[in-house]
Design a protein around this ligand. Sequence first.
Ligand SMILES: [Zn+2]
Length: 324
Amino acid sequence: MRAPAVHAGIDLGGTSIHAAAVQAGTILAEAGCKTATGREPEAVVEQIAGLVDELRQAVGDATPLEGVCVGAPGGVDPVAGIVHHAPNLGWSDFRLADALTARTKLPVVVENDVTLGAIGEHVYGAGRGTRHLVALFVGTGVGGALVVNGAPLRGFRGGAGEVGHLVAIPGGRVCGCGRSGCFEAYASRTAMEAMIRERMAEGRKSVVPKIMKKKGKSRMSSSVFEAALDRRDPLMTEVLAEAQSHLATLVANLVNTVDPEMVVFGGGLVARLGARFVDPIARQARPAFLIQEGAERIRIVPAELGDHSATIGAAVVAVQRLGG
Ligand SMILES: [Zn+2]
């Protein structure tokens, strides 16, 4: 029997690109770079091709890469390999699969990044063995994906699962999507950073600026959050608690809609804070489950694959679509 195929899984984000050579859920090699945003899409294609070359060299000729799957942040046509709408990249209707195949000479498939994260956790991570799963990724936004009857729920136009844009507070904070009051506008890492800055501008004190300066960070990264929480900064603790309270409402709404076996939280902040992030959400969400019978069997947990949920999910989709 031949060894399982090796594919390149690419997690294309607005800030950085993570690439991994993956064989049956195991990462053989990794590469990454900052995303060339604000330039033409071809510049990013060149970056991805460079990362694929790095992975090829790292895994060697004995285990050649058989294909590439790219997770893009936004609306995609997975069959035609087109990124329709990716505001974080400034792309619309870009034929990513064709452009990357021309450059790498490998078959390329494209999928939404959050969907890939959910697939990674479903097949190889925390969600192994579940049939119904809700995945929430907290980062620049609040990404969501639903696995129903063992398969990702795509919807009529491929737009299912955008649960970060369910409305928490009608007429509330302006969201990155241009509407107002979305859960994402209260519970993403970006939103939490904005709220901390606003409250400091109103005169609240916080150790956050000092920590950012010490770490040489211009934004409130996950490590800044963690350091401020470790020092029991009242403002950071307060804003995180508010975000967790909103996420608990979101989880309860989704449990009442989908009735999943598991809600899995991923993204950089969750990877860093783990149970400290997820447990207060679970505690607040559970009393709001409409059906309480058997509710204790619904698990609410951090992702197991850390930053690799999407790259490993990408390799799963590569195997499904390209074979191997
Ligand atoms: Zn929104």
